[in-house]
Design a protein around this ligand. Structure first.
Ligand SMILES: [Zn+2]
Length: 276
Protein backbone atom coordinates (compact mmCIF):
# COMPACT_ATOMS: atom_id res chain seq x y z
CA UNK A 1 0.00 0.00 0.00
CA UNK A 2 1.16 3.51 -0.74
CA UNK A 3 2.03 5.50 2.34
CA UNK A 4 2.67 9.21 2.68
CA UNK A 5 6.15 9.17 1.05
CA UNK A 6 4.94 7.21 -1.98
CA UNK A 7 2.03 9.61 -2.41
CA UNK A 8 4.42 12.57 -2.25
CA UNK A 9 6.59 10.96 -4.94
CA UNK A 10 3.57 10.18 -7.13
CA UNK A 11 2.17 13.70 -6.78
CA UNK A 12 5.48 15.23 -7.83
CA UNK A 13 5.65 12.94 -10.85
CA UNK A 14 2.06 13.79 -11.78
CA UNK A 15 2.96 17.47 -11.59
CA UNK A 16 5.97 16.92 -13.83
CA UNK A 17 4.35 14.63 -16.38
CA UNK A 18 0.57 15.10 -16.34
CA UNK A 19 -0.16 18.64 -15.19
CA UNK A 20 -1.70 20.62 -18.01
CA UNK A 21 -2.92 17.60 -19.97
CA UNK A 22 -6.54 17.62 -21.13
CA UNK A 23 -8.75 14.60 -20.52
CA UNK A 24 -10.24 13.18 -23.69
CA UNK A 25 -12.06 10.41 -21.86
CA UNK A 26 -12.26 9.46 -18.19
CA UNK A 27 -13.41 5.98 -17.26
CA UNK A 28 -13.85 4.06 -14.06
CA UNK A 29 -12.73 0.45 -13.81
CA UNK A 30 -13.34 -2.54 -16.02
CA UNK A 31 -12.65 -4.91 -13.16
CA UNK A 32 -15.25 -4.93 -10.37
CA UNK A 33 -13.70 -5.09 -6.96
CA UNK A 34 -15.58 -5.02 -3.69
CA UNK A 35 -13.18 -2.67 -1.96
CA UNK A 36 -12.78 -0.06 -4.65
CA UNK A 37 -14.72 3.00 -3.60
CA UNK A 38 -16.31 5.22 -6.22
CA UNK A 39 -18.73 8.07 -5.67
CA UNK A 40 -19.89 8.38 -9.30
CA UNK A 41 -21.58 6.19 -11.87
CA UNK A 42 -19.61 5.39 -15.00
CA UNK A 43 -21.51 7.75 -17.30
CA UNK A 44 -21.46 10.59 -14.84
CA UNK A 45 -17.71 10.20 -14.32
CA UNK A 46 -17.11 10.23 -18.06
CA UNK A 47 -19.29 13.30 -18.60
CA UNK A 48 -17.79 15.31 -15.73
CA UNK A 49 -14.17 14.58 -16.58
CA UNK A 50 -14.28 15.15 -20.34
CA UNK A 51 -12.27 18.19 -21.41
CA UNK A 52 -10.96 18.87 -17.91
CA UNK A 53 -7.32 19.87 -17.46
CA UNK A 54 -5.10 18.33 -14.77
CA UNK A 55 -3.89 20.83 -12.20
CA UNK A 56 -1.27 20.69 -9.48
CA UNK A 57 -1.64 17.60 -7.29
CA UNK A 58 -1.25 17.71 -3.53
CA UNK A 59 -1.17 15.16 -0.73
CA UNK A 60 -2.83 14.93 2.69
CA UNK A 61 -1.72 11.79 4.54
CA UNK A 62 -2.68 8.85 2.34
CA UNK A 63 -4.98 10.93 0.16
CA UNK A 64 -3.91 12.64 -3.04
CA UNK A 65 -5.98 15.32 -4.73
CA UNK A 66 -5.57 16.00 -8.44
CA UNK A 67 -7.53 19.05 -9.60
CA UNK A 68 -9.54 18.56 -12.79
CA UNK A 69 -9.94 22.13 -13.90
CA UNK A 70 -12.23 23.85 -13.89
CA UNK A 71 -14.14 22.97 -10.80
CA UNK A 72 -13.33 19.38 -9.78
CA UNK A 73 -10.89 17.28 -7.81
CA UNK A 74 -10.06 13.62 -8.36
CA UNK A 75 -9.17 11.88 -5.10
CA UNK A 76 -6.88 8.89 -4.83
CA UNK A 77 -7.31 7.52 -1.32
CA UNK A 78 -5.55 4.79 0.61
CA UNK A 79 -4.72 2.81 -2.52
CA UNK A 80 -1.95 0.41 -3.30
CA UNK A 81 -1.08 -1.44 -6.45
CA UNK A 82 -0.20 0.63 -9.49
CA UNK A 83 -0.75 4.20 -10.56
CA UNK A 84 0.84 4.40 -13.99
CA UNK A 85 1.51 6.85 -16.75
CA UNK A 86 1.50 5.38 -20.24
CA UNK A 87 2.96 7.28 -23.20
CA UNK A 88 0.91 7.33 -26.41
CA UNK A 89 0.93 3.95 -28.13
CA UNK A 90 1.33 1.94 -24.90
CA UNK A 91 -0.78 -1.14 -24.30
CA UNK A 92 -3.67 -0.78 -21.87
CA UNK A 93 -3.40 -3.07 -18.82
CA UNK A 94 -6.02 -5.83 -18.76
CA UNK A 95 -7.44 -4.81 -15.40
CA UNK A 96 -7.77 -1.30 -14.06
CA UNK A 97 -9.95 0.65 -11.67
CA UNK A 98 -9.45 4.03 -13.34
CA UNK A 99 -8.42 5.05 -16.83
CA UNK A 100 -7.89 8.64 -18.00
CA UNK A 101 -7.02 9.14 -21.65
CA UNK A 102 -5.50 12.50 -22.59
CA UNK A 103 -5.80 14.42 -25.84
CA UNK A 104 -2.23 13.55 -26.79
CA UNK A 105 -3.19 9.83 -26.55
CA UNK A 106 -1.08 9.24 -23.45
CA UNK A 107 -3.05 7.83 -20.55
CA UNK A 108 -3.12 7.13 -16.83
CA UNK A 109 -4.35 3.92 -15.19
CA UNK A 110 -4.85 3.00 -11.55
CA UNK A 111 -5.18 -0.58 -10.34
CA UNK A 112 -5.39 -1.14 -6.63
CA UNK A 113 -4.75 -4.33 -4.70
CA UNK A 114 -6.46 -4.40 -1.36
CA UNK A 115 -8.69 -1.37 -1.45
CA UNK A 116 -8.70 2.26 -2.50
CA UNK A 117 -10.90 5.24 -3.31
CA UNK A 118 -11.16 6.92 -6.70
CA UNK A 119 -13.65 9.69 -6.16
CA UNK A 120 -14.57 12.85 -8.01
CA UNK A 121 -15.65 15.92 -6.04
CA UNK A 122 -16.51 19.48 -6.79
CA UNK A 123 -13.50 21.56 -5.77
CA UNK A 124 -13.46 21.99 -2.01
CA UNK A 125 -16.06 19.29 -1.32
CA UNK A 126 -13.28 16.71 -1.00
CA UNK A 127 -12.29 18.41 2.25
CA UNK A 128 -15.53 17.15 3.78
CA UNK A 129 -14.76 13.54 3.00
CA UNK A 130 -14.36 11.16 5.92
CA UNK A 131 -10.65 10.76 6.80
CA UNK A 132 -9.74 14.10 5.19
CA UNK A 133 -12.05 16.20 7.28
CA UNK A 134 -10.37 17.05 10.60
CA UNK A 135 -7.17 15.25 9.60
CA UNK A 136 -4.40 15.85 12.08
CA UNK A 137 -1.05 17.36 11.07
CA UNK A 138 1.05 15.05 8.89
CA UNK A 139 4.84 14.64 9.16
CA UNK A 140 5.57 16.60 5.97
CA UNK A 141 3.82 19.73 7.21
CA UNK A 142 5.69 22.58 8.91
CA UNK A 143 3.36 22.26 11.90
CA UNK A 144 4.75 18.81 12.67
CA UNK A 145 7.29 19.99 15.22
CA UNK A 146 8.68 18.23 18.28
CA UNK A 147 6.45 20.40 20.45
CA UNK A 148 3.42 19.31 18.43
CA UNK A 149 4.23 15.61 18.90
CA UNK A 150 4.99 16.12 22.58
CA UNK A 151 1.60 17.74 23.21
CA UNK A 152 -0.13 15.09 21.07
CA UNK A 153 1.37 12.28 23.13
CA UNK A 154 0.36 14.01 26.36
CA UNK A 155 -3.21 14.29 25.09
CA UNK A 156 -3.26 10.62 24.10
CA UNK A 157 -2.22 9.56 27.59
CA UNK A 158 -5.68 10.59 28.76
CA UNK A 159 -7.30 8.07 26.39
CA UNK A 160 -6.79 4.35 25.84
CA UNK A 161 -3.42 2.76 26.45
CA UNK A 162 -1.24 2.89 23.37
CA UNK A 163 2.05 1.46 22.28
CA UNK A 164 4.61 3.09 20.00
CA UNK A 165 3.32 1.06 17.04
CA UNK A 166 -0.26 2.07 17.81
CA UNK A 167 0.78 5.72 17.84
CA UNK A 168 2.28 5.33 14.37
CA UNK A 169 -0.29 3.12 12.66
CA UNK A 170 -3.71 3.35 14.29
CA UNK A 171 -6.58 5.81 14.09
CA UNK A 172 -4.70 8.22 11.79
CA UNK A 173 -3.05 9.82 14.80
CA UNK A 174 -0.07 10.61 12.61
CA UNK A 175 -1.72 10.55 9.18
CA UNK A 176 0.08 8.97 6.27
CA UNK A 177 2.17 6.44 8.15
CA UNK A 178 1.49 2.73 7.75
CA UNK A 179 2.79 -0.67 8.74
CA UNK A 180 5.74 -0.53 6.36
CA UNK A 181 7.37 2.75 7.32
CA UNK A 182 6.48 2.25 10.99
CA UNK A 183 8.98 -0.64 11.17
CA UNK A 184 11.86 1.56 10.09
CA UNK A 185 10.77 4.52 12.20
CA UNK A 186 10.69 2.32 15.30
CA UNK A 187 14.07 0.84 14.49
CA UNK A 188 15.59 4.27 13.85
CA UNK A 189 14.13 5.47 17.16
CA UNK A 190 15.41 2.26 18.84
CA UNK A 191 11.93 1.68 20.22
CA UNK A 192 10.12 -1.64 20.55
CA UNK A 193 6.68 -1.64 18.87
CA UNK A 194 5.04 -2.58 22.18
CA UNK A 195 6.75 0.18 24.19
CA UNK A 196 3.89 2.01 25.95
CA UNK A 197 3.76 5.67 25.01
CA UNK A 198 3.09 6.43 28.68
CA UNK A 199 6.62 5.24 29.41
CA UNK A 200 8.50 7.26 26.80
CA UNK A 201 11.22 9.41 28.33
CA UNK A 202 11.71 12.87 26.84
CA UNK A 203 14.84 11.51 25.09
CA UNK A 204 12.77 8.71 23.59
CA UNK A 205 10.08 11.14 22.49
CA UNK A 206 12.75 13.22 20.80
CA UNK A 207 14.25 10.11 19.16
CA UNK A 208 10.82 9.10 17.93
CA UNK A 209 10.16 12.55 16.51
CA UNK A 210 13.54 12.63 14.76
CA UNK A 211 12.97 9.13 13.37
CA UNK A 212 9.51 10.00 11.99
CA UNK A 213 10.74 13.09 10.18
CA UNK A 214 14.01 11.64 8.92
CA UNK A 215 12.57 8.30 7.80
CA UNK A 216 9.71 9.94 5.89
CA UNK A 217 12.25 12.24 4.26
CA UNK A 218 14.58 9.37 3.34
CA UNK A 219 11.78 7.40 1.70
CA UNK A 220 10.72 10.46 -0.30
CA UNK A 221 14.32 11.19 -1.33
CA UNK A 222 14.67 7.56 -2.39
CA UNK A 223 11.63 7.83 -4.64
CA UNK A 224 9.46 5.59 -2.44
CA UNK A 225 9.94 2.13 -0.96
CA UNK A 226 11.59 -0.55 -3.07
CA UNK A 227 8.48 -2.74 -2.82
CA UNK A 228 6.23 -0.14 -4.48
CA UNK A 229 6.41 1.29 -7.98
CA UNK A 230 6.17 4.88 -9.12
CA UNK A 231 4.22 6.58 -11.91
CA UNK A 232 6.65 5.17 -14.50
CA UNK A 233 6.49 1.63 -13.08
CA UNK A 234 9.98 1.90 -11.58
CA UNK A 235 10.51 0.44 -8.10
CA UNK A 236 11.37 2.94 -5.38
CA UNK A 237 14.99 3.34 -4.34
CA UNK A 238 14.45 3.20 -0.58
CA UNK A 239 15.47 -0.22 0.78
CA UNK A 240 13.56 -1.00 3.96
CA UNK A 241 15.67 -1.72 7.03
CA UNK A 242 13.16 -3.89 8.82
CA UNK A 243 10.95 -6.10 6.68
CA UNK A 244 10.73 -9.76 5.71
CA UNK A 245 14.12 -9.57 4.01
CA UNK A 246 15.71 -8.39 7.26
CA UNK A 247 14.91 -11.74 8.91
CA UNK A 248 17.86 -13.49 7.32
CA UNK A 249 20.23 -10.56 7.73
CA UNK A 250 22.16 -9.20 10.71
CA UNK A 251 20.62 -6.14 12.37
CA UNK A 252 22.04 -3.00 10.75
CA UNK A 253 22.59 -1.57 14.25
CA UNK A 254 24.31 -4.35 16.20
CA UNK A 255 24.66 -7.37 13.92
CA UNK A 256 22.23 -9.41 16.05
CA UNK A 257 19.30 -11.49 14.85
CA UNK A 258 16.14 -9.73 13.69
CA UNK A 259 12.93 -11.28 15.03
CA UNK A 260 9.42 -11.35 13.62
CA UNK A 261 6.12 -11.38 15.46
CA UNK A 262 2.51 -10.46 14.77
CA UNK A 263 1.17 -7.40 16.53
CA UNK A 264 -1.67 -4.95 15.84
CA UNK A 265 -2.74 -6.34 12.51
CA UNK A 266 0.61 -6.94 10.86
CA UNK A 267 4.06 -8.42 11.14
CA UNK A 268 6.70 -6.61 13.17
CA UNK A 269 10.42 -6.99 12.50
CA UNK A 270 12.48 -6.07 15.49
CA UNK A 271 16.02 -6.28 16.82
CA UNK A 272 15.58 -7.19 20.52
CA UNK A 273 19.07 -5.86 21.29
CA UNK A 274 18.53 -2.44 19.78
CA UNK A 275 14.83 -1.79 20.36
CA UNK A 276 13.21 -1.61 23.73
ZN1 LIG B 1 20.36 -4.59 16.69
Amino acid sequence: MFELPEYVVLSRQINTTLKGKTIQRGQLGNSPHKFVWYNREHEEFERLTQGKVLGEAWVQGRWMSVPLEPGYVLLFGECGGKLLYHPAGSQLPKKYHLHLTFEDDSFLTATTQMWGAYELYELGEEQNREYIKDMRTTPVESGFTYEYLDVLINQLLEGKKRSAKSLLTQDQIIPGLGNAIAQDILFNARLHPKHPISELSSEQRQALYDAIVSTVDQVIQGGGRYDETDLYNNPGGYIRLMDKNALGRPCPGCGGMVQKFQYLGGACYVCPNCQD
